[in-house]
Design a binder for this molecule. Structure first.
Ligand SMILES: CSCCC(=O)/C(O)=C/O
Length: 126
């Protein structure tokens, strides 16, 4: 477990980090983010490759399976504090899209997209 306090005063290379977080990528391991303060957006792809935007605020938790394409950005609050939970040692390597041959991507596709009864689908909001 670690904490990420994402604001300009507390993070080295703030702009670069934000750019990296907003570049579409996968991770090799599952990541759980619990929002302690502030807010922001996680975007994930639905099965038709449309973005689903998830707004997280204090008290919200999101589980990102290994291999899911995603990205993160702040909202107008410009601040988020996240508790990040993971199994074993944290590996913060982001694999930028496309990663169709990466084992975690193949695992995600097989387990969540092909064999899941739950269909992730984006809905447009008027
Ligand atoms: C602001 S934490 C989310 C950044 C991210 O997308 C990621 O995969 C970190 O490992």
């Amino acid at each position: 477990m670690d904490y990420l306090d994402l604001c300009p005063d507390k993070v080295e290379n703030y702009e670069q980090k934000l750019n990296n977080f907003y570049t579409e990528h996968i991770d090799a391991d599952e990541e759980i983010h619990y929002c302690l303060e502030g807010s922001g957006y996680f975007d994930v792809r639905d099965r038709d490759d449309k973005w689903i935007r998830i707004w997280i605020k204090a008290g919200d938790m999101i589980v990102l399976p290994a291999g899911i394409y995603h990205r993160f950005t702040l909202d107008t609050s410009n601040y988020v504090k996240l508790m990040r939970l993971f199994v074993g040692e944290p590996v913060w390597t982001a694999y930028n899209q496309p990663q169709e041959d990466h084992p975690s991507r193949q695992g995600y596709t097989n387990n969540f997209v092909e064999n899941s009864g739950i269909v992730l689908q984006a809905h447009s909001v008027e």
